[in-house]
Ligand binder design. Structure first.
Ligand SMILES: [Zn+2]
Length: 496
């Protein structure tokens, strides 16, 4: 009995075996090596063979889904080339590696990942893993190019969770290619996962990360922070590699655009501190300068103004690093963003999307960003939009009053094309640069207007205010005017 169990358990990694011990209340396991540990678990656990089988299968399924997810990078970087495509033999390259897939979708299937693929040499060839991450990348590219229809030919070893993961990658690539418009950008779902899991993930809950997201908590955390800033309508650039900064947040819509370099630091104890790092500021400085600012050209260099560290929470004393960082980077402001504040910010914003990149910039100027700072930001933003509304209304009113004085009778306010255009332009220029950007087309010399559609709620507020003001002006004139209309004048003339 226990030897069958042992055989099953032997397929697990050390980390997984320890997790089994933890979850099943087994103690005194830390002394063992992998095979001894498998034996120890087999002899001491209450789990039945069937239960162990299910556990092993589930872990294996999750592991394969993780591997498929890992292949996503190749697809998004367009690193896969299909060189020939016959039913018996598909030849493809992934970066510099060459793959040969024989008899895809049949029981005679086999494949070769040539060259320096360690995973293939040490795990696939030894039968410990059905494929390396290069295999799903080729499958995905075949599907993208329409050379493989997975509903007709089921690619070997990819089904269930692995297939879901593959579809997710295909979806992402198609979106980036602009081939499909994302339905509602999935805001609701993303927000829901953030609310449910971001805090746990930031504390490195590896079981949750693996079972629900098929990745390490570090990677899931990075993706979730990216999602958060996107929900705040920032443009972002995600670094998919493990080195360097994690994310660039672009304040594109601000009159003076800015870039915040983001570093994501999950922490299993719930609080992040610069432990085990003798000079943490040097590393962070190189993220901002060598790996970002120095890579950019001209005016873009000056956009790099902020560095933000995101973690579950921070100790108060961490702010002591702020002045030092500003000094060594020649003026880049360092700030700390606790996950709870970020979540609060995202939730408030999705309920009331009135923040602009211009107003939100104040957050990056704080040391530790708090919920109170978020409340203050919303207050300032409300005031800002109210002010815009007031100014727009008063411009509209003063222009209209001018017209009404000279060109109005009992029926009509009369204005010509030129005047109408003038009014519209004057009102619009109030909204520049916060709700739109005005410019001039370099070739034609014609004025251009770029409207920020992400600021739809702000537009709604301003336009409602203008509509109300306009209707008020008409009403006032209607009550005021007794001067005869041209028609009435004419008719009277005839009657005389
Ligand atoms: Zn490989």
């Amino acid at each position: 009995m226990s030897s069958k169990k042992q055989e099953l358990l032997k397929t697990l990694t050390m980390k997984e075996l320890k997790e089994v011990c933890k979850n099943n209340g087994l103690k005194g396991y830390s002394q063992y090596k992998r095979n001894e540990l498998a034996k120890f678990v087999a002899e001491n656990t209450n789990l039945s063979i069937k239960q162990i089988e299910n556990l092993v299968n589930k872990l294996q399924e999750d592991k394969m889904a993780t591997k498929v997810k890992d292949s996503g990078d190749f697809i998004l970087r367009k690193a896969v080339k299909i060189e020939s495509n016959d039913p018996e033999l598909i030849i493809a390259s992934v970066d510099s590696l060459k793959l040969k897939i024989y008899n895809l979708g049949t029981p005679e299937f086999s494949y070769l990942c040539d060259g320096k693929c360690k995973d293939y040499i040490y795990r696939v060839k030894q039968g410990q893993s059905p494929f390396c991450k290069h295999y799903p990348a080729v499958i995905a590219e075949l599907i993208l190019q329409g050379k493989l229809d997975p509903s007709v030919t089921i690619p070997n070893h990819i089904s269930g969770k692995s297939m879901d993961a593959l579809n997710e990658i295909l979806e992402k690539r198609k979106k980036e290619d602009g081939a499909i418009i994302s339905e509602d950008r999935n805001i609701e779902n993303t927000l829901k996962s953030l609310k449910e899991d971001l805090m746990e993930i930031s504390c490195k809950n590896s079981v949750l990360a693996r079972e629900k997201y098929h990745e390490t908590p570090e990677k899931v955390f990075k993706t979730m922070i990216d999602d958060s800033f996107q929900l705040l309508e920032y443009e972002t650039i995600l670094n998919r590699r493990n080195e360097g900064w994690d994310l660039l947040v672009l304040g594109t819509y601000a009159p003076k655009p800015y870039i915040a370099v983001v570093d994501c630091k999950p922490a299993s104890l719930g609080t992040y501190n610069f432990r085990n790092n003798s000079n943490p500021m040097i590393t962070l400085k190189s993220y901002c300068t060598d790996m970002c600012k120095e890579q950019l050209m001209g005016v873009y260099k000056d956009y790099v103004k902020y560095m933000v560290i995101v973690a579950p929470d921070f100790p108060e004393e961490i702010t002591q690093f702020v002045p030092q960082f500003t000094q060594i980077t020649g003026g880049i402001k360092l700030s700390f963003l606790p996950v709870s504040t970020l979540l609060y910010l995202v939730e408030c914003y999705r309920e009331n999307p009135i923040l602009t990149h211009y107003n939100s910039e104040t957050l990056f100027k704080k040391d530790i960003i708090t919920k109170e700072d978020v409340d203050e930001l919303f207050k300032v933003s409300e005031e800002h939009i109210a002010e815009l509304c007031t100014t727009a209304r008063s411009v509209l009113r003063s222009r209209m009053t001018e017209i009404c004085q000279h060109h109005t009778d009992a029926c009509y306010i009369k204005l010509d094309e030129v005047f109408l255009q003038q009014i519209i332009e004057e009102v619009i220029s109030i909204l520049n640069p916060h709700l739109l950007k005005q410019g001039v087309n370099g070739t034609t010399g014609i004025k251009t207007f770029s409207l920020n559609h992400d600021y739809y709620l702000l537009w709604e507020k301003v336009l409602n205010a203008l509509t109300e003001e306009f209707a008020n002006i008409l009403k006032e004139q209607s009550l005021l005017q007794i001067k005869r209309s041209d028609l009435k004048e004419d008719i009277i003339k005839y009657l005389e």
